[in-house]
Write a protein that binds this ligand. Structure first.
Ligand code: FAD
Length: 375
């Protein structure tokens, strides 16, 4: 290690990366977080759109909310609650049967507390990457990393070939690290070269991810036929759930905004027909029409939306959890850690647990490297 204060790069500012960065900084590490996206959040992003009439709309188009059971994570979110970053979404939730065309009680939906970021799902990541000791760099995709054995530092290169700096430790929070298939499916940039940590790469490479489409809708009037603010669809081949974003705490209620989620089967079919590369405008327009039509068939969508836009999540949920015990993966020869929901469970809670574990592990690996260097 060359620096007195360890310098660490975190690749990805989703919730796993943001939690990891914040915890490293609290332990005196100087952290730089890089993300491809325009801002923090990853799959907890909030999307801003401007209508043709100049109206500003916000949608939580990724995770609509999260629930927590783990006691360590409950302590973490208590602090976020006290800082005003999150609040409980205290509304009625249920399920809608598309055959009987009626809402039914779903005990599961009612049982767990649902938390949302304030004023958007990205609020936590935003706040964590603005904490002292953390510097966030957005719109920066990391394409290449190199490990200098003598100096014991990583150097990072961006997608456009720019040198991003030297770092004593590295945390990668996306399975993009190792999967050539990911590039193909999402149209995102090529995976990092993980030849330096082939065993890590191999494990990450094998994780399948499930794809989904979402449809963002804005109405001038409330949809009076809907008695709940979030629900799952039963007996629909196209729609899996719907959430009224404008009913969440801290959101504008000037328009009624809904986000519909497709079923996995529907997404698979569209991707099989349209190809796996980034969804074209034409594909997204077709998806918008089909999801809206299915919503209208339920009889719940009683007025015409004045805004609608579809989004594809090429890698919405990992289908495997590959480090349930350790909660993150690491290289045994250098301070390199991988974390994210794919390590623990395919949700925000799993990603937080993984980010916490990654921060502890990286501190340990940096200490080991430092001791080896000084001996
Ligand atoms: C539609 C949808 C619905 C969901 N519903 C729920 C729900 O109800 N409850 C729940 O708990 N969870 C839900 N989830 C899952 C939840 O959002 C994720 O489990 C969680 O946000 C994952 O966080 P993460 O930090 O592991 O990964 P991500 O949020 O994906 O973060 C990874 C980040 O890495 C960045 N990145 C990748 N490659 C590079 C690179 N080369 N250079 C720089 N940056 C890079 C990406 O841009 C991204 O921001 C949902 C997700 C989706 C998409």
């Amino acid at each position: 290690m060359t620096s007195v204060v360890p310098k660490v790069a975190v690749i990805g500012c989703g919730i796993a990366g943001a939690v990891c960065a914040s915890n490293l900084a609290k332990n005196g590490v100087s952290v730089t977080v890089f993300d491809l996206g325009r801002g923090p959040g990853g799959r907890m992003s909030q999307r801003r759109d401007i209508t043709n009439e100049g109206k500003e709309l916000f949608f939580d188009h990724g995770a609509p909310y999260f629930t927590i059971e783990n006691t360590v994570v409950l302590d973490v979110i208590k602090e976020w609650k006290s800082r005003g970053l999150i609040a409980e979404w205290k509304e009625k939730f249920g399920a809608f049967d598309c055959i009987s065309k009626s809402f039914i009680d779903s005990g599961e939906e009612l049982s767990s507390r649902k938390y949302v970021g304030i004023p958007g799902m990205n609020s936590i990541c935003k706040a964590l990457c603005n904490e002292p000791g953390v510097e966030g760099k957005f719109g920066v995709g990391v394409a290449k990393m190199e490990w200098a054995v003598d100096q014991k530092t990583f150097s990072l290169i961006s997608l456009d070939g720019k040198f991003l700096g030297n770092f004593d430790g590295l945390v990668a929070t996306d399975k993009i690290l190792a999967s050539p298939g990911f590039t193909y499916i999402t149209g995102q940039p090529p995976p990092l070269n993980m030849n330096l940590a082939p065993q890590l790469a191999l494990k990450i490479e094998q994780i399948p991810f499930r794809s989904y489409f979402v449809l963002m809708l804005a109405f001038s009037e409330p949809l009076h036929a809907i008695s709940v603010k979030g629900f799952s669809f039963i007996h629909s081949e196209v729609l899996s759930s719907a959430f009224c974003d404008s009913s969440k705490p801290g959101r504008s209620s000037a328009s009624e905004c809904w986000v519909l989620h497709s079923t996995e089967e529907y997404a698979k079919k569209v991707i099989a027909d349209a190809g796996r590369k980034k969804a074209s405008e034409a594909t997204l327009a077709k998806v918008s029409e089909e999801l809206l039509l299915d919503f209208q068939r339920t009889g719940l969508c009683t007025s015409q939306p004045y805004f609608m836009k579809a989004h594809r999540w090429g890698s919405a949920f990992p289908s495997a959890s590959i480090a349930r015990e350790d909660k993150c993966l690491w290289d045994t020869t250098k301070p390199l850690v991988a974390c994210g929901d794919f390590c623990v469970s395919p949700n925000v809670e799993g990603a937080i647990q993984s980010g916490l574990a990654a921060a502890s592990k990286l501190m340990e690996l940096c200490r080991n490297t430092s001791e080896t260097t000084s001996n």
